[in-house]
Design a protein around this ligand. Structure first.
Ligand code: DX5
Length: 224
């Protein structure tokens, strides 16, 4: 079961609610809200108020991807706003084990994201605590970047590591996912595909674009 999670960062900012509903109507599994502070990642995007507004607009599960420094200061704000999962970056926390525990204490799912340069070993000690591992296949901050193919090997090794620990943690890939790269990520072991510009664009509707992504995955799985 491969889940598709649209990233609202590439959506039309003047129609975020509408675009979120289009994703829901197109049977998206989750919706990712990319939160960037201009410090941890070189962009300033969304905050808890958008999560709260989306919580009223859609029933979709909401993922708050915190590309911010010291995320521990804002966990409660995002949980209270209605996030179903909070993803923090290993690189952004002095003690990310404690931050993950704080997320779990807020009764929301906890995810950890890894920048392309960060080795898997950095999160091995928390694999039994997390509900998701997100392998960044672009550098954080912007949609529309090129997929970093070298991260496929990290996904493969992570899948093996989880199997060795007998852990069934979903593996997400985030960045540069489209009809050509989605099958590669799935073949490497990813089960959650976060996609922005390949879903929210002017060349097709959200429903058409998501159908194209699903078709590319189904085709590669049928051929595998
Ligand atoms: C980037 C975000 C991604 C991005 C994906 O920092 O975390 O979710 O929006 O957009 P695409 O799919 O266009 O690379």
């Amino acid at each position: 079961m491969i889940l598709i999670e649209p990233s609202l960062l590439s959506a039309d900012v003047l129609r975020l609610g509408e675009q979120a509903r289009e994703a829901e109507d197109a049977k998206a599994d989750w919706l990712q809200i990319d939160v960037s502070d201009g410090q941890f990642a070189p962009n300033i995007t969304f905050g808890p108020d958008l999560v709260r507004a989306l919580r009223k607009a859609v029933k979709l599960k909401l993922d708050a991807h915190l590309m911010i420094s010291e995320p521990e200061h804002l966990l409660t704000r995002f949980a209270d706003a209605g996030a179903d999962r909070i993803i923090i970056h290993e690189e952004a926390c002095a003690n990310f084990y404690r931050v993950l525990q704080s997320i779990k204490a807020l009764k929301v799912e906890a995810g950890v994201a890894l920048n392309p340069e960060t080795p898997l070993e950095a999160i091995e000690k928390v694999l039994d605590l997390v509900d998701l591992v997100q392998v960044m296949t672009v550098t954080p901050g912007f949609g529309g970047q090129r997929f970093i193919t070298s991260q496929l090997d990290k996904v493969k090794r992570l899948r093996q590591l989880l199997a060795e620990h007998d852990l069934k943690v979903p593996i997400a890939v985030d960045g540069g996912i489209h009809v050509d790269t989605a099958p590669l990520a799935v073949a490497a072991g990813a089960t959650v595909l976060v996609a922005g510009s390949s879903i929210f664009n002017k060349t097709g509707s959200v429903a058409e674009n998501m159908a194209a992504l699903r078709a590319s995955i189904a085709k590669s799985q049928a051929e595998a």
